[in-house]
Write a protein of this length. Structure first.
Length: 114
């Protein structure tokens, strides 16, 4: 099973923006609700956002109005547009299907600091 591949993280200033990308090399991608998760140092991995196959979305309260999840089924890719970043958004970000049944990728580090 090919692990998921996240990219796009980096260092951002508070108030800044980043766009994360996750590629899932699976033919069944379009049939899954996809999600982004994050894990901050010393904390458990938490769900951040999801996008259903009908393109409806849902977000954890902490990121509502600041993050936008989207998907491109032709590219088997899910995106996370992050804006108005805060230091508390610092974490390693991962994607997976919402049931978390696929092998996790390495994640992409997002650091928000002045």
């Amino acid at each position: 099973q090919v692990p998921l591949a996240e990219s796009g993280g980096g260092l951002a200033q508070p108030g800044g923006s980043l766009r994360l990308t996750c590629t899932a090399s699976r033919d069944s991608f379009q049939f899954y609700t996809m999600a982004w998760y994050r894990q901050a140092p010393g904390k458990e991995r938490e769900w951040v956002a999801l996008i259903n196959i009908n393109l409806s979305t849902s977000y954890v309260d902490a990121v509502k109005g600041r993050f936008t999840i989207s998907r491109d089924n032709t590219k088997k890719t899910v995106y996370l547009e992050m804006s108005s970043l805060k230091p508390e958004d610092t974490a390693v970000y991962y994607c997976n299907n919402f049931a978390k049944t696929w092998e996790w990728g390495q994640g992409t580090q997002v650091t928000v600091s002045a």
